[in-house]
Design a protein around this ligand. Structure first.
Ligand code: BGC
Length: 420
């Protein structure tokens, strides 16, 4: 890889820059039986080909997962709390589950890593979906009450993400509409699961999620010392010739209205994987090509710098935390190459003055890609029959960048301290 990722260049990052990896509860824990996704996966007429099942058993194996990340040199781990475990029935709060997630936070900290905790990563408790999901009267109050409950265990967590990718949640809202509550997959076919990614985020749900984020932020500000933000999926839109006006419309509907709500937040999570072309009819489906990844997306690491710059510009200067960036590939050298190029773009944005506080790779582990086990995003491979973890070389490589950055920062500090 012909890129400058030397200690000297990394030294331009703030000394507290987070180097880490991300996961979500439903994609890794296993046995998340009270969630809406579990219902969709296990419905007799489910359109999903694969179910999460035991996932990669991180519910039990999280200490091993965290140890591997810490051993590599990484300094942060982003994971999520599963609302369906905390509140499997309305108003019934499970203290043992709260204690479980508190142990995760403490384990992470005791290994010298900074926990970045997400409170909602796509899944809802089944009862919340049955009552109409985000569109039900009282949805914001129900979410706020859950946030009040978990605020007791995140008091000292430095970074809390309220809602993961509200723009994707608003876009997928129809997947779990009230009409489907009795038969989760009614009205869906296999094509619509993948095609829903090109829908427009629903306006009503986008508005409700914005209010839910505001309400959660208020609770967390009163009860914790956390920096609070949400994470937004960024598409790095590219206009086909003559489609610039359409791009502007699409960009507002998909991203900007969510980013505008981050203006007064402590940080905004940038989540970037690839670019998205916009043609006369809006977003254009990705066509297969030699550089297609396992998810069918073009291998475009430059998307991250575009995403960071766009986010910085729309928020008017809210600090950026890259909360997800990665590639689904069977070839770990491709993963390293992609990540190196993405990081080089991040460093360019920092050189231009963007305040970037950290880089969290998606994902720490191979995991359940929402209906599909085939894409492998992990820095760590997992054997799904034995649950054995095998770190890939990309984990050691990313950890070595974290170490090089720490060394340069320490040297800078000691030369600043030494008498002249
Ligand atoms: C989501 C993850 C997902 C990843 C790759 C993001 O949109 O937050 O849950 O696995 O993209 O598709």
């Amino acid at each position: 890889m012909d890129l400058d990722l030397s200690g000297a260049r990394l030294g331009r990052l703030p000394s507290a820059f987070l180097w880490g990896a991300s996961t979500s509860a439903h994609q890794t824990e296993g046995g998340n039986t009270e969630s809406n996704w579990w219902h969709l996966e296990t419905a007799p007429d489910s359109p999903l080909t694969q179910a999460s099942g035991d996932a990669v058993d991180s519910y039990h194996r999280y200490p091993e997962d965290m140890q591997l990340l810490a051993d590599s040199g990484l300094t942060a781990y982003r994971f999520s709390i599963e609302w369906a475990r905390i509140e499997p029935h309305p108003g019934q709060h499970e203290m043992d589950q709260l204690a479980h997630y508190r142990r995760m936070i403490e384990t992470c900290t005791s290994l010298g890593m900074t926990p970045v905790v997400t409170l909602h990563h796509f899944t809802n408790p089944w009862w919340f979906t049955e009552r109409g999901g985000w569109r039900q009267p009282g949805a914001i109050e129900a979410f706020t009450s859950y946030v009040e409950t978990v605020s007791s265990i995140v008091e000292d967590v430095p970074w809390v993400c309220t809602i993961n990718e509200p723009n994707m949640v608003a876009l997928a809202a129809n997947l779990f509409s009230t009409a489907q509550a009795s038969s989760p997959s009614r009205g869906l076919d296999e094509r619509s699961i993948s095609a829903f990614a090109l829908d427009v985020p629903a306006d009503d749900v986008a508005r409700i999620l914005g209010e839910a984020h505001g309400s959660a932020t208020q609770v967390l500000r009163q009860r914790t010392d956390a920096r609070i933000g949400w994470t937004v999926s960024n598409q790095a839109f590219e206009a086909e010739t003559g489609c610039e006006d359409i791009l502007a419309e699409v960009q507002w509907a998909w991203e900007d209205r969510f980013l505008e709500l981050s203006r007064s937040d402590d940080f905004v999570g940038v989540q970037s994987y690839t670019v998205q072309r916009v043609g006369p009819a809006g977003p254009v489906p990705h066509s297969p090509g030699p550089d297609s990844t396992q998810t069918g997306w073009p291998n475009r690491p430059d998307a991250l710098a575009t995403a960071i710059r766009h986010t910085w510009q729309v928020t008017g200067g809210t600090p950026v935390l890259v909360t997800e960036n990665g590639i689904a590939t069977a070839d770990d050298e491709v993963r390293t190459e992609y990540t190196g190029r993405a990081l080089s773009g991040l460093l360019d944005a920092v050189d231009e003055g963007v305040d970037v506080r950290g880089y969290l790779h998606w994902s720490a582990l191979d995991n359940y890609e929402w209906g599909d086990w085939d894409p492998t995003f992990g820095l760590i491979a997992v054997d799904r029959t034995t649950f054995e973890r095998t770190p890939r070389p990309s984990l050691a490589w990313l950890g070595s960048l974290a170490r090089a950055h720490a060394e340069t920062s320490a040297q800078a500090l000691s030369s600043a301290d030494s008498p002249r």
